[in-house]
Design a protein around this ligand. Structure first.
Ligand SMILES: [Zn+2]
Length: 231
């Protein structure tokens, strides 16, 4: 499989599917991340510029991912970017990787950058049906990101309700190591981006499915032959 993770900010890929991505990479699949705000200026307590880029590269290495795609769209202002520009950037990463499996943000996140990336990714994900010669999309997953997906409000009609649970076990420690590579991301408990909460969420997601530590996703799309979809 050629797996593409489409996210707004450096660290989203680790929080959302870092362990699943690491497990896929360890199994021999190609995994790369496409960051829309790849050169994000500093957010509260976090480094910027070359420091952030160094952290990002170290995190990709720890997870076994290939080189990332770094978009230059403005952090916390993706709602000011024309939708089509983000779609085209994501499409270029899909063409370069021959992506057939995509992970992206859940459209109900409280973070507006995440919502805009999810919408652009949904449009881009249909590329193979518009442009001949590309591998057909097999899977599209929405992921959950602590301090964003869990912060969505009741009554907004778009809460995260997972249907897919991936046992990650050993890869969970790779996720934690990759998160620690991003300086300034982790916070003390009870902040959601704490080691206790991340481990607790993985424990609960695993228990919901009767498996070990797990990451959970919403399957937005799945297509292929019977082995690909049900194998
Ligand atoms: Zn983010």
């Amino acid at each position: 499989m050629n797996v593409l993770i489409v996210v707004a900010h450096p660290d989203d890929e680790v929080l959302g599917c870092g362990a699943t991505g690491a497990a896929l990479a360890a199994a021999g699949h190609a995994v790369r991340t496409c960051f829309l705000s790849g050169h994000a200026e500093a957010r509260g307590g976090r480094p910027e510029g070359s420091q952030l880029e160094a952290d990002m590269r170290e995190a990709q290495r720890l997870l076994g991912f290939g080189d990332a795609f770094l978009g230059g769209f403005p952090n916390i202002r993706l709602n000011t970017v024309p939708h089509i520009e983000m779609v085209k950037f994501i499409e270029s990463a899909m063409v370069a990787t021959h992506a057939d499996v995509i992970f992206t943000h859940h459209p109900g996140d409280v973070n507006d950058d995440h919502v805009n990336v999810s919408r652009a990714c949904q449009a881009a994900a249909r590329l193979s049906q518009r442009q001949p010669g590309l591998p057909a999309l097999r899977r599209l997953y929405f992921m959950e990101i602590l301090s964003s997906t869990d912060w969505s409000f009741a009554g907004t009609g778009a809460r995260f309700d997972p249907d897919t649970f991936v046992a990650v076990n050993g890869a969970f420690e790779q996720k934690m190591a990759a998160l620690r590579a991003y300086r300034g991301v982790m916070r003390p408990y009870p902040h959601p981006r704490s080691e206790e909460t991340l481990r607790g969420l993985a424990t609960v997601r695993g228990a919901q499915a009767g498996i070990g530590l797990a990451e959970a996703f919403v399957t937005a799309f799945a297509a292929g032959d019977v082995r690909q979809v049900l194998g």
